[in-house]
Structures are given as structure tokens and as C-alpha cells.
Design a protein around this ligand. Structure first.
Ligand code: UTP
Length: 223
């Protein structure tokens, strides 16, 4: 299978610790034995911190986004270092480059592309562009809940939703730089039009990525 994995920066950079990158590298190495893997890395806390500094300087949201994109590329570079020579040694800045680099049979790792969306959207567009069979979105929650599980004990997780149902749930979310919460709307639009199966799961345990290929886990977005 051709699989696009998006890993939230908040997962990789919870602590500034090489161990986390190496744990991910090990799981990706395993997946790479049977599958063709593309990875998109998010910005996490460092992106939000940099964005808040430029926003305080009165810069536009697009410039804040551009700073966020630079941070996602640094994070992508760190994962590339952890994967050593099985990763392509450059970070593509657009989808055509990503496809070109993948012709080497190395794992392609990228961050953001352009303003006004998050790396969730990059993952969905990349999946559409390279004709992926599956997107796995490693995030900091177990999946999509009907209400906030941190506030409500009776919150229930959806095991499956359609792109339209998901859009309804996130429609009140903010679209400012550094503030995409669960998944961004552009990503949902792309999931809808491409019909590529997407699994949102908890990336705090990297092994969940392997589990996702063998049994139900997290929330599956299907059309
Ligand atoms: P992320 O995709 O990491 O956003 O990009 P996020 O969801 O807030 O963070 P985590 O990683 O899931 O915790 C960080 C910021 O970079 C900009 C946006 O401002 C985004 O919030 N960005 C990223 C873009 O403008 N375009 C991109 O293609 C990617």
C-alpha cells in the first residue's frame, strides 16, 4: 500500500527529546518493509510560539503561517535525521517535488506547503497527488468524540464518520495561524473529493500506526 502518515508536531515535540523521533523512526522502518511511506510533519508548540512572536509584531496571518511552515520543515528535517539513509535527504516544498523524490524509493518527509491550512491538509493533498491508498493522521487524541472527553466523562468516540459529519463537528473551529484543533477544513474537503480512507489515531504511542493496519483503532473517515 501507498500510505501517507501525518504526525502532529505536538506529538513529536512534546519534549525536545531525540528518543521520540527514534521511536517513530523504528515504527516507520517496519512499515516501510511492506509499504510505500510518505510522511508529513506538523509544527506543534514551537510553531505556535514562533507564530505568537510575529503576530505580536503586527504581521499578517499569511506571514504567521509562513513562519509556521518553516518550523514544520525543521521538524521534518529532524525526523529525516532519525531515519538516516532510508529517508530522501531533502524536504520537498511542493507536491510535485515530493512525487519526484519518491521515485528514488526513499521515504519522503515534508512539512507545510503554503499559507491558510495546516499539515493535515498537506497530508490529504499529498495523498491525492501521489494516489495513496490510506492516510494515517497521528494526533494527540484517541479519535473524534461527540463532546470534549477532557470535560465530559460520558463523551463517546466515533469509530467511523463521513467527511460531511466531520465537517459539521469542526465547523466552528478557528482558522488562524497555529490554531487548527482537530483537523482542518481543507483537509476534510480533500478527503471528501478524493475518497481516500483516513484514520485519525493517538500518536503518543507510535505502535498505534502498526495496529491501524491490522485492527480497528481511532476514528476512520469514510465517504
Ligand atoms: P501544523 O499543521 O502543525 O498546525 O502547522 P497545528 O495543527 O496547529 O499543529 P500540530 O502540529 O498538529 O500540533 C503549524 C502552523 O503552520 C502553518 C499554520 O499556521 C499552522 O497552524 N501552516 C502549516 C501553513 O500555513 N501551511 C501549511 O501547509 C502547514
Amino acid at each position: 500500500m501507498r500510505i501517507v502518515i501525518t504526525i502532529g508536531g505536538s506529538i513529536l515535540l512534546k519534549e525536545y527529546d531525540s528518543k521520540r523521533f527514534e521511536e517513530y523512526a523504528e515504527v516507520i522502518r517496519q512499515l516501510n518493509q511492506e509499504h510505500e511511506i510518505f510522511i508529513v510533519v506538523g509544527g506543534g508548540k514551537p510553531a505556535r510560539q514562533y507564530i505568537s512572536v510575529v503576530r505580536d509584531m503586527g504581521e499578517t496571518e499569511s506571514i504567521c503561517d509562513e513562519i509556521g511552515i518553516q518550523v514544520t520543515r525543521i521538524n521534518a528535517r529532524l525526523l529525516q535525521c532519525a531515519l538516516k539513509d532510508i529517508a530522501y535527504p531533502a524536504i520537498p516544498t511542493n507536491f510535485q517535488q515530493a512525487l519526484e523524490y519518491s521515485a528514488t524509493n526513499k521515504i519522503v518527509i515534508m512539512g507545510g506547503t503554503e499559507p491558510a491550512h495546516s499539515t493535515d491538509a498537506v497530508g490529504s493533498i499529498l495523498a491525492e497527488y501521489v494516489g495513496a491508498d490510506l492516510v494515517i493522521n497521528a494526533t494527540s487524541v484517541d479519535g473524534l468524540y461527540d463532546k470534549d472527553p477532557n470535560k465530559f466523562d460520558d463523551a463517546k468516540m466515533f469509530t467511523e464518520v463521513t467527511a460531511d459529519q466531520l465537517m459539521e463537528v469542526v465547523s466552528d473551529n478557528d482558522t488562524k495561524a497555529g490554531t487548527y484543533e482537530f483537523i482542518d477544513k481543507t483537509a476534510i474537503e480533500i478527503i471528501k473529493r478524493s475518497s481516500i480512507k483516513t484514520i485519525i489515531l493517538n500518536g503518543n504511542n507510535p505502535e498505534n500506526l502498526i495496529t491501524a493496519l491490522n485492527e480497528p483503532i481511532g476514528t476512520v473517515i469514510k465517504n
